[in-house]
Design a protein around this ligand. Sequence first.
Ligand code: UD1
Length: 430
Amino acid sequence: MAIIQINGGRPLAGDVQISGAKNAVLPILVASLLTEDDLQLNNVPHLQDVTTTMALLAQLGADIGMDEHMRILINTRQVHSQAAPYELVRTMRASILVLGPLLARFGRAEVSLPGGCAIGARPVDLHIKGMQALGAEVEVKSGYIVARAKRLRGARIVMDTVTVTGTENVMMAATLAQGTTVIENAAQEPEVVDLARCLNSMGAQISGEGTDTLEIQGVDSLHGATHDVLPDRIETGTYLVAAAITGGKLRLQRTRPDTLDAVLSKLQDSGAHISTGADWIQVDMAGRRPAAVDITTAPYPGFPTDMQAQFTALNCIAEGTSVISERVFENRFMHVLELQRLGADIQLRGGNAIVKGVAKLSGAPLMATDLRASASLVLAGLIAEGETRVDRVYHIDRGYENIEEKLSGVGADIRRLTSSFRQPTSAAVA
Ligand code: UD1
């Protein structure tokens, strides 16, 4: 099992190429279940979660391949199974996304409940309620969601809570329903918009994407398409913080500044100089120590929960005290105990972390607990004096393509070590 080893203290400088968005490509891969034709995806990131989703689709009977340019071609004409087993779903919650497409195209789906999760309860009740509203019969049996429907019927659905994958699941199911579906209190995340764009290029009739109300006019069938996956705003944000935490200067290429307003605004508050073009962002900290910034997470366009851990790391070495309020997931502070091992001064009070910035952190062995928490530990390691080792790196590999190569390419002293005796433990995480 791999470990990432970092010798901190080097300001980063240079260019980083941003990969396709994990949270866009996963639902789009699954959307291939809605058509018998070929779906070609470009700008696919090389991530463990993509491999897991491809394995899930292949297990259902899909024909799926990837070329050296990371283009994926999928055809689901021969799909013979409608069951997503626990072994796959427990390692990646996003597997729940097959529920809507399988139900819409084949009239049945059996999807394991995701089970316990490292970052809070994270139920799937709204996915189930959405399918029921579209006319499906759903029961939970032996840990599986078993859903059946002859043909789904359009409905007006008001989501109790803003849910990203819940919105995506219902939106995908509604594309093939009879009649019109309206989803209110829908998620507005750029990844939901990217999925809607892909579905529309497959012949779906979705409008309102990027607002809190989606209207989907059901059609009889969808056809093939080619789609370029949106750049990853969370990967982008993580490298922005890498520059800011080390007092460095980075230019992030092939990204989308318009999807990062809340993050860029907080970085400016912390003292970073930001400039942007159509597909790049430059961040320059000019050797300064960042100023502490308060953060409250919220659904898009609010500050993303997936950037909370990285900003907690930034605040650890900032000048001043900050309050980090987590409002999307309870228990999403597992990085705090690890950051404290580096010398950070953080107190947890309910859903808030109070961070008193310290002048320096010192390297230590750390344990990654979930995807974004692990990224925050790498960021802290970049500025900590001496050696930091981050164990359980498989969490990072779920969502960051070649993180150590990208960081060493801009001056970080970081490498991956492999040790043969550790066994990964599996946990369903973001
Ligand atoms: C997605 C992202 C994840 C991100 C999260 C919030 C993907 C693959 N993952 O996760 O990276 O951290 O959005 O931006 O896109 N909830 C319910 N009932 C449900 C569903 C959700 O109560 O049926 C609650 C959750 O417990 C949570 C909130 O809704 O408090 C938001 O969760 P949700 O947006 O669904 O997260 P995911 O879609 O799982």
